[in-house]
Design a protein around this ligand. Structure first.
Ligand code: HEC
Ligand code: HEC
Length: 398
């Protein structure tokens, strides 16, 4: 069975498989409403109000429970791995590997995504048009079997018992789900983790300070030159990595129906047929339409300096090489089983056309991308591991 559909069936999720419509991807409306808890009242300047899920209202107690669960290795079948193992705070909540490895050693085909501003995503994961809430997303690493990440399937009761019998969690669950006699179930675990995830908002980088907070000098001269290039028609980056989140397909309270968009940016062209590797074909995995081959979501570029390696399969090691890829208009793989010229992929986005940059311009664009690193976010104690196992970035201790 198709891996992703396999998950969906296993989880009872309703995914828009098969019947996907127009060229711009599917509508991904989430069952959400405008914020009601007041939790999002002090947002960074320039940031819209996130939607809050109607069936998962935010409370401080729920967020605090979620933070504990997110960092707790008891969340995995063999107690070796937490969400934070693949979403490490020191790496802007990514894992530093090209592709992830689950608790029992199974290989995930994809690169662990940063969780910066994840609450604003219209859809989740690299290319899943039907995954519209953080709550539904969390159930995938918990229960997914293709591959096993945390390994909850068949072991759910045993894992929940670990929390049910721990005095700390008895208190945390009671506070998060007041009045419920037995709140220890997978759904409430996922909801609490989703609540925590939705607070991971990053909007205080030098770029933000310069753009929204009147502190122009927060950005270096080089970064400002790079910003102009990034937003130029020569480079075209902003068309797909745009708006306050440098991403596409955002969802917030001013948008009623979010458009999810997916693009092929020319990473592969196996044998010149346009193919991507079998385990990583993007939107095609849902639609089986050839035009969707290799189409993935343009992820946020916030804190991008810390989330190497890059792309859905971690196949680009550095930001320099990312710029080489785009300036060539696609990647050439000269030999081996994946050989082919991505620049000639017939399904490539027409915005990926190539350009040339001088050495200094390239450095400037990288300085700009580095100006999206938000130390206030990365070092924020509200997002830190309550058990002290997962360290913040060394920069935070200086
Ligand atoms: C084995 C490593 C691993 C573990 C453990 C893991 N993740 Fe992930 N996470 C990934 C990978 C890989 C992706 C990209 C998945 C894809 O595109 O198919 C991802 C994607 C995500 C996303 C989507 C981000 C976005 O921008 O769309 C969220 C949210 C997330 N994970 C949260 C969690 C939570 C919460 C947990 C714990 C319940 C968790 N993850 C456990 C590796 C992991
Ligand atoms: C046509 C839309 C589009 C344009 C234009 C575009 N990107 Fe992307 N970008 C994407 C998509 C889609 C991905 C993910 C592709 C994949 O993994 O297969 C991506 C991935 C990236 C990544 C890796 C993100 C991560 O978390 O691994 C970086 C960095 C990046 N782009 C920077 C840029 C820069 C710099 C430019 C301008 C030169 C640019 N992009 C232009 C769509 C675009």
């Amino acid at each position: 069975m198709n891996r992703v559909l396999g998950w969906a069936v296993a989880l009872g999720l309703s995914l828009a498989a098969g019947g996907c419509g127009g060229d711009d991807g599917d509508d991904a409306s989430s069952p959400s409403t405008t914020t009601s808890s007041g939790y999002f009242e002090s947002l960074p300047p320039g940031f819209p109000t996130p939607k809050e899920s109607v069936d998962n209202p935010l409370t401080n107690a729920k967020i605090e429970l979620g933070r504990h669960l997110f960092y707790d290795p008891r969340m995995s079948v063999n107690q070796t791995m937490a969400c934070a193992s693949c979403h490490q705070p020191a790496r802007a909540f990514s894992d530093g590997r090209p592709t992830s490895i689950g608790a029992t050693g199974e290989n995930h085909p994809r690169n662990a995504m940063s969780l910066s501003n994840v609450v604003y995503n219209a859809t989740f994961n690299w290319a899943n048009p039907g995954l519209a809430t953080l709550h539904a997303q969390a159930l995938i690493p918990m229960f997914g079997e293709f591959p096993v990440e945390l390994g909850w399937s068949d072991r759910e009761a045993e894992i929940l018992d670990r929390f049910r019998h721990d005095p700390l969690y008895r208190q945390l669950f009671a506070d998060a789900y007041p009045g419920e006699s037995d709140p220890f179930d997978a759904d409430r675990v996922a909801k609490a983790i989703a609540a925590f995830g939705s607070t991971l908002i990053s909007g205080n980088s030098p770029y933000d300070q310069s753009t929204y907070q009147g502190n122009r000098n927060a950005m270096s001269e080089a970064a400002r030159r790079g910003q102009e290039l990034f937003f130029s028609e020569r480079m075209e980056c902003f068309h797909c990595h745009g708006g306050f989140n440098f991403s596409q397909a955002v969802s917030h309270s001013n948008i009623t129906l979010a458009q999810a968009e997916f693009h092929n940016n020319g990473l592969y062209n196996i044998n010149g047929t346009g193919d991507y590797p079998l385990s990583n074909r993007g939107l095609w995995e849902f639609t089986h339409r050839s035009a969707d081959m290799g189409r993935f979501r343009a992820p946020t570029l916030r804190n991008i300096e810390l989330t190497a390696p890059y792309m859905h399969d971690g196949s680009i090691a550095t930001l320099e090489e990312v710029l080489d890829h785009y300036s060539r208009g696609g990647r050439l793989i000269a030999e081996g089983p994946l050989a082919g010229d991505g620049a000639k992929n017939p399904f490539k986005s027409e915005l990926i056309v190539g350009f040339s940059l001088t050495t200094r311009e390239k450095q400037d664009v990288i300085a700009f991308l580095q100006s999206l690193t938000d130390w206030a976010f990365l070092c924020d104690p509200r997002f830190a591991d309550p058990f002290g196992n997962f360290e913040a970035h060394s920069h935070c201790h200086q």
